[in-house]
Design a protein around this ligand. Structure first.
Ligand code: ZN
Length: 176
């Protein structure tokens, strides 16, 4: 189930606090175009606060999700905790027609700071999705890759044992 849409009129004057479970099915959808996968049995969470000032909405809070993927350095599975604070100033779309759409623009944290909501709907799934994708690492890796206990497989030629009695010959060849 996706995080809810909050209607502007449902935000009380004193603000609205939402504690959300980000279930695996929804987080999997968010991860669909990344190399990330959810960790079974480990849902994410978000704590979101909405405050209003006239028709503007101030969205603040934090999310935490756990992801797994392959480490780019050692190719072993790596589990990543993704989390970030959200701070957004939302204006009603009608008052922001001059704003360029950001469909094709690469989002940065700064550009996320002010945005618009449309039809009195504060779509938490939309903002959480963008915030989570911003935290998705391009090159996921362990902080410290696990040390492999096995030696890497040697090429077949290196596995042929050299008779120690022939070692002097090897030195002789090098001198040539
Ligand atoms: Zn690694």
């Amino acid at each position: 189930m996706a995080p809810p849409v909050i209607l502007f009129d449902r935000i009380p004057d004193e603000g609205l606090q939402q504690e959300l479970v980000l279930d695996e099915a929804w987080v999997s959808e968010v991860f669909a175009e990344t190399s990330l996968a959810t960790v079974p049995g480990v849902p994410g969470s978000a704590s979101i606060r909405l405050d209003k000032d006239k028709r503007n909405v101030f969205l603040s809070g934090r999310f935490e999700v756990t992801a797994q993927t392959d480490c780019v350095a050692c190719l072993e599975r790596v589990t990543l905790g993704l989390g970030a604070d959200l701070v957004l100033h939302l204006e009603p779309a009608a008052g922001a027609k001059a704003k360029p759409t950001h469909e094709e623009v690469e989002l940065s944290r700064d550009e996320l700071d002010v945005d618009v909501y449309t039809d009195d709907r504060i779509d938490l799934a939309h903002w959480l999705r963008e915030a989570i994708l911003l935290e998705a690492p391009l090159h996921p890796r362990h902080e410290v890759c696990p040390v492999k206990l096995e030696m890497p497989a040697a090429p077949p030629s290196a596995r042929v044992a050299i008779d120690p009695r022939l070692a002097p010959l090897a030195r002789f060849i090098k001198k040539e």
